[in-house]
Design a protein around this ligand. Structure first.
Ligand SMILES: [Zn+2]
Ligand SMILES: [Zn+2]
Length: 152
């Protein structure tokens, strides 16, 4: 990704977040916006602790509780996703329904991406239901090797 693409992505992500917040009648406060911007700029999953460090680098000291509260807000409105297996966060890049998330996580480079495949998501969920199982928080996380790692 070029620098220009990246700053376009950040601008687009922030604009979408503003729209989501307006639609729900909630505020994208300065802190929420700053954390989302860091996640958009990162290009790979980020740990909460690293967000604290990055904010400290900008002269702002945040407690873990503040960071988690901010992340919870962003999670609640589908602006970011939590990767459970690595306990990291990425900005939402998909245009999926907020109740259907299919996440692919590379167990070698830890890159994570949303798979835009509603049919795959639905068939897995339906099959689990037949087996008497259900999903936690409507998300499926798949561990594997990404295209790049599989080539090496
Ligand atoms: Zn998403
Ligand atoms: Zn990989």
């Amino acid at each position: 990704m070029t620098g220009q693409d990246r700053s376009d992505n950040i601008a687009r992500g922030l604009r979408q977040a503003e729209e989501v917040c307006t639609r729900h009648g909630v505020r994208l406060t300065r802190l929420r916006r700053a954390i989302l911007e860091l996640l958009l700029a990162a290009g790979s999953p980020v740990k909460a602790y690293d967000l604290i460090e990055q904010m400290r680098g900008k002269g702002e000291r945040l407690t873990p509780a503040t960071i988690y509260r901010t992340l919870d807000f962003l999670l609640q409105y589908g602006l970011v996703h939590r990767i459970n297996s690595t306990n990291t966060f990425i900005p939402c890049t998909g245009n999926h329904d907020e109740h259907a998330l299919l996440m692919f996580v590379c167990s070698e480079c830890h890159q994570a991406e949303e798979l835009d495949d509603p049919a795959l998501y639905e068939s897995m969920r339906a099959r689990l239901r037949e087996m008497g199982r259900s999903l936690r928080d409507n998300s499926i996380e798949i561990q594997g090797r990404c295209e790049k790692c599989a080539r090496e």
